[in-house]
Design a protein around this ligand. Structure first.
Ligand code: ADP
Length: 677
């Protein structure tokens, strides 16, 4: 393993806040809305600083001093000075609005200084290239650039929603999705939970399970407890009042120094369509603070033994803050891997299992995320593009099998922790382990989404046509850097190699067969009709059935309506989202599975579903082709001066196919014809 965290690049040059000549951004550095020129939010509350940190901060902070710092920067270009300063000045710097970064602000600031990008801590009147949000996509209205959150992600990774999404995949591919503990959703699945546990106990009397109850929407171990039996009063007493997930407890975790620990891995979802996933080479390992024992009635309540949450264990007298990444209650994951490797463990296999877990989990989340995305950022309307850093919490079993515990939409990016100096007196102090891992993740996420990288690549393409001219220009514009391999004189010169490694589409071939629900979601979105909704009305459902030619003498349109009403009513009664009426994606998926089972009786479920998707896509592609031909005929008639009787016919398939492009649809039609018949 290469170390993921990059040692800081020393003091950032004082020209950090320098204004590139002619930049239109100048006035925007003023605080908005007549705010006094005071420190940006969060700056005043900065933790105590190390020498190294003080050096960085002093050199680069805009803050109160956006202007002052800028002035300083001009007079003293800093270490890199003249040659490179001149080059950078000609290149507009990437602008980042950090006004809503919240607790990730400090790590973001360090990253921006390392990249020499421009931070706008108070926001900016003009649009920024990137908006860094601490919490969710919906922090404000943004119409361009990139935001570091996807709409709907917070909802998608709630315990119940995640369990549901994984469950759908487990129904289709039980072996591929066995990395998530068996789970039941409460209150609706309580009777199922009781029945299944009874059945399993009957069939194997030696099975002595433990279950962990996790309230939906909880975090940091809040409200979590262990039980040995579904009849436990703590559970039965709170079922109706607090929706939760109850999960099989993993009793035999891998221990290090006799302690249970989990892994926090950082994953970048760079794009939803096409799917692009990166995984950070290093993460954090968070340790319990009491030696582990398998759960018994006596130790069930000992949170320091069973729950690895940092927020809980920090209150234990045994918690060890360490300024070393290999020891203490929070360590780097790479230090654990080194240790495992020295014990002869197959670390390569472990990594490949983790990569597979991450890709499969994201494949489970993408269908619904696409529904949220098209609702918040409808195709054709101005809006930002999104990317997001996710925190994957993974537990290693004794046999080194990684198990997914949960996904965090807002993983903590704090790089300092609270320390009690004397009773009741706390101070924030830097945490070297957090800083090493998190700054690298943020910085390299920014490098991957760098809007100017694309521009530089375009410049490079042009240079192929004008080689001699371009050599000089490329040097001047820093265009020598392509992809991840930065030229030594490029804008990324001096930065460490990326800590984020692409895993998708790199391994797409191995995982694409799992993306069935994605294709079902594409059908769903096509029939949503009015943009901006997430639920399908009865007319949309009927049109889907009709266009895909799914009704026949055995399945009348009256049965279609009954199917729609039954499933929609049940999903809506689960109290998931009452804001809109209609059929949500999960309900549509259930209806789709029903139809697939009806139509292709003898096949395994995933083959039934795949066959029905092929069938639907075939008929829709045929329909699109027909519309295209009609559309062409109409256009020809129009251009030939035929009367304009076609207005309002909506013949262009593009209007009906937000995700399936016209050519893709036609291609599918041809594929189906060539391969199926
Ligand atoms: P939270 O969001 O509240 O942190 P988690 O799902 O991460 O909830 O659970 C909290 C902790 O409980 C985990 O960090 C882990 O130590 C432990 N845990 C959670 N689920 C399991 C499980 N199925 N088996 C064993 N331990 C678990």
């Amino acid at each position: 393993m290469e170390p993921a965290g990059a040692p800081p690049q020393g003091c950032a040059p004082a020209r950090e806040a320098e204004e590139p000549p002619g930049s239109p951004a100048l006035p925007a550095e003023e605080p908005q809305g007549g705010q006094p020129a005071e420190p940006p939010p969060g700056e005043a509350a900065l933790p105590a600083v190390t020498g190294r940190e003080r050096c960085r901060r002093g050199a680069g902070t805009q803050g109160p001093g956006g202007r002052a710092a800028r002035g300083r920067g001009r007079r003293a270009p800093g270490r890199r000075g003249g040659e490179e300063g001149g080059r950078a000045a000609r290149r507009p710097r990437v602008t980042v609005d950090s006004s809503k970064a919240k607790t990730s602000l400090e790590a973001l600031k360090i990253s921006l200084r390392q990249l020499r990008w421009r931070e706008f801590p108070f926001g900016r009147r003009l649009p920024c290239d990137i908006y860094w949000h601490g919490v969710s996509f919906h922090d404000n209205d943004i119409f361009s650039g990139q935001v570091n959150k996807f709409p709907g992600m917070t909802e998608m990774v709630r315990k119940i929603t995640l369990s549901r999404a994984v469950r759908t995949m487990q129904d289709l591919f039980p072996l591929e999705y066995n990395f998530y503990p068996r789970s039941w959703i409460l209150p609706e699945e309580f009777p199922l939970f009781v029945d299944e546990v009874r059945m399993m106990k009957d069939s194997d009397p030696s099975w002595k399970p433990t279950f962990i109850v996790k309230p939906d929407g909880g975090c940091q171990g809040d409200g979590i407890y262990l039980i040995k039996d579904p009849s436990d009063i703590r559970l039965t007493g709170s079922i109706q009042s607090r929706p939760a997930v109850v999960q099989e407890y993993i009793c035999k975790p891998l221990l290090v120094d006799k302690l249970k620990f989990d892994i926090r891995l950082y994953v970048l979802l760079k794009s939803l369509e096409p799917l692009e996933i990166y995984i950070a080479k290093d993460g954090l390992s968070r340790f319990c603070t009491e030696p582990y024992q398998e759960p018994t009635l006596k130790n069930l309540h000992q949170v320091f033994m069973h729950l690895t949450n940092y927020s809980l264990n920090i209150h234990s007298g045994n918690f060890i803050h360490s300024d070393n990444v290999n020891t203490g209650s929070k360590r780097t994951f790479s230090s654990i891997l080194c240790r495992l490797s020295s014990r002869g463990a197959d670390v390569k296999k472990l990594w490949s299992d983790i990569i597979s877990l991450v890709i499969k989990t994201i494949i489970a989340l993408t269908p619904e995320l696409k529904v949220y995305y098209q609702s918040d950022i409808p195709a054709g309307k101005p809006g930002p593009t999104c990317f997001q850093i996710l925190g994957f919490d993974i537990l290693l079993m004794k046999n080194l099998k990684p198990m997914l515990l949960e996904v965090n939409a807002n993983p903590s990016m704090r790089i300092e922790h609270e320390q009690e100096l004397s009773p009741g007196v706390f101070e924030n102090v830097p945490s070297p382990v957090d800083e090493e891992v998190k700054v690298a993740v943020i910085r390299d996420t920014l490098r991957l989404v760098d809007p100017q990288k694309k521009k530089r690549k375009d410049v490079q393409c042009q240079t192929l046509e004008h080689v001699s001219e371009a050599k000089e220009e490329a040097l001047e514009a820093g265009a020598g850097d392509g992809g991840e391999c930065e030229g030594s004189r490029g804008p990324e010169a001096g930065l460490p190699s990326l800590c984020l490694k692409q895993v998708f589409p790199k391994y797409a071939k191995q995982f694409n067969y799992l993306r069935l629900v994605d294709r079902v979601a594409a059908l769903f979105i096509r029939f949503l009709g009015v943009k901006g909704t997430t639920k399908l009305g009865p007319t949309g459902f009927r049109t889907f059935i009709r266009n895909c030619k799914l009704s026949n003498s055995n399945f009348s349109m009256a049965s279609v309506d009954i199917l729609y009403i039954d499933i929609t009513r049940r999903w809506n009664s689960m109290g998931i989202d009452h804001k809109e009426s209609g059929m949500c994606l999960q309900a549509f998926v259930e209806a789709f599975f029903c139809l697939a089972q009806k139509k292709y009786k003898s096949l395994p479920l995933h083959e039934q579903v795949a066959s029905l998707i092929d069938f639907c896509e075939y008929h829709l592609a045929a329909l699109d082709e027909k519309r295209l031909v009609c559309g062409r005929g109409v256009m020809e008639r129009r251009s030939a001066g035929a009367p304009g009787q076609t207005d309002g016919l909506h013949l262009t398939p593009a209007a009906h196919t937000p995700l399936l492009s016209r050519t893709a649809a036609a291609g599918k039609f041809a594929d189906y014809r060539n391969h199926r018949y």
